[in-house]
Design a protein around this ligand. Structure first.
Ligand code: ADP
Ligand code: MG
Length: 439
């Protein structure tokens, strides 16, 4: 295991990575372990394949950036599964090839009147696939938790049944793989892949509409599994009979088991979801603030999360604790104006106005101090207030590469630590950006 010094450095790196990318920081980062660290290369042990995938896809940049800031060296980074990195909810078995989001577990799902039946049926089905509701069909508008529940079923079914083979995919992938199999003349390979599983879970089956050939194939897959007592779980944005141009025989089969709807969550459920999302990110949020967010964002849970992320980002950038005033400042203008997000242009506009320079100057090759500083501030704020990647931010500011943006962020970050005037300026700019009327 790593020495205490390395443990300390690693703890600092994690803290820094969380601050660099608040939207993707998670409480379970505390369970990560250092497997190897020699100054230039860092290998991090993760609880399971789902967390490895999450980190690879969302956090690699911020981790490298954090490691370089803390150590002052170029650092290469690798994530891998390791038994020492345990997750609180116990063992999570992992079937290779399943792509699951580590947040989408039953533990992290808030149950309320709007989703109680869907949740209960998913629990039942994950405990004994094929025996209770078959097929299970869940439908509801976008952002209400269908995909989350399907992932949770996969986690739970794998935990309970050692050797169960699960196929879980989005309907679009199913259709694409079917088309590819035909092109490659390997239909039998495709069929055996889908017809021999213990559970077939397909998300967003409304994608089958107007795809007659795929519907035909799906019909036979369905029959093969159903006749063998294998579990089928489907989700869609509307009830089977309301999916346009879905064949009658599929509509009838989709309705053989249990069809259950998820509705928009009530105020109380939304408050609980905000609390849960904050908890998963390792944040403490008062009831008052959770209530405020739940009041502001009503329709879609994805937007609730977005609001929480915005508040957290503003709190980190302004180094201010999360109180009601900050929450109001962060969300005002954003959500009321149709939940638009802050763009790099919004940021550039405020920065160029403040420094009295032109956007073209920021995008030019000029390196005088009067241009370099606003440009770096612009990069820093874009990194903290938007979800754009380093590459995108560099692209917007005159086609600069990601290392330039990384350097700018770390420089401004340091300046902010050491210079109270810089800190005040960044607070003021952030306030103007987050309050600016959205275009
Ligand atoms: P859908 O597939 O219905 O469009 P998702 O499953 O992708 O929706 O959910 C969107 C976001 O909302 C996800 O981050 C998910 O975790 C969250 N979410 C939805 N319902 C709940 C819930 N009841 N408890 C916790 N999070 C939820
Ligand atoms: Mg979905």
């Amino acid at each position: 295991m790593a020495s205490p010094e390395v443990e300390d450095i690693f703890a600092d790196i994690l803290e820094r990575a969380k601050a660099l990318d608040p939207a993707n920081s998670r409480k379970w980062f505390d369970n990560l372990v250092v497997l190897h660290f020699d100054g230039g290369s860092l290998r991090i042990g993760c609880p399971d394949e789902a967390t490895v995938q999450f980190l690879q896809e969302n956090c690699k940049g911020s981790f490298i950036h954090a490691a370089q800031q803390i150590t002052g060296h170029l650092v290469t980074l690798e994530f891998g599964v390791d038994a020492h990195a345990k997750i609180d909810s116990g063992d999570r078995r992992y079937q290779p090839g399943l792509k699951l989001h580590p947040d989408y577990t039953f533990d992290n799902f808030v149950v309320g009147p709007s989703n109680r039946l869907a949740h209960a049926s998913c629990i039942a089905v994950s405990q004994s696939p094929g025996d209770t509701y078959n097929p299970l069909f869940i439908y509801g508008s976008s952002g209400l938790g269908k995909t989350h529940l399907l992932h949770a079923v996969c986690f739970e079914a794998q935990r309970r049944l050692n050797n169960a083979v699960i196929q879980f995919l989005n309907c679009e992938d199913f259709v694409n793989r079917f088309i590819r199999a035909i092109e490659e003349g390997n239909l039998s390979g495709f069929q055996s892949q889908f017809r021999t599983v213990d559970a077939l879970i397909i998300d967003d089956v409304q994608f089958l509409r107007e795809r007659e050939h795929s519907q035909e194939e799906f019909f036979h897959t369905f029959n093969a599994l159903y006749n063998n007592g294998k579990q089928i779980i489907l989700s869609a944005d509307s009830a089977p009979g309301k999916i346009p141009s879905l064949e009658e025989r599929l509509i009838s089969r989709f309705s053989w088991g249990l069809v259950t709807r998820i509705d928009s969550p009530s105020y109380e459920t939304r408050v609980a979801i905000v609390q849960k999302k904050a908890h998963v990110r390792g944040l403490n949020i008062s009831d008052e603030i959770a209530g405020y967010i739940a009041h502001k964002v009503q329709a879609n849970i994805r937007e609730l999360e977005g609001a929480l992320t915005t508040i957290y980002a503003v709190a980190t950038t302004t180094r201010h604790e999360i109180d009601l005033e900050l929450a109001q400042t962060a969300l005002d203008g954003q959500i009321e104006a149709g939940s638009k997000h802050i763009s790099i242009s919004d940021i550039a506009e405020v920065v160029t106005r403040h420094f009295d320079v032109r956007l073209a100057d920021l995008q030019s090759k000029r390196r005088s101090q009067s241009i370099t500083e606003p440009r770096q501030i612009c990069m820093y704020l874009a990194r903290n207030l938007t979800r754009h990647s380093l590459e995108e931010i560099g692209g917007h500011l005159g086609g600069r590469d990601h290392t330039t943006v990384m350097h700018a962020c770390s420089k401004i970050n340091k300046a902010r630590d050491n210079d109270s005037k810089m800190n005040a300026l960044l607070n003021e700019l952030t306030k103007q950006i987050t309050q600016a009327p959205q275009t």
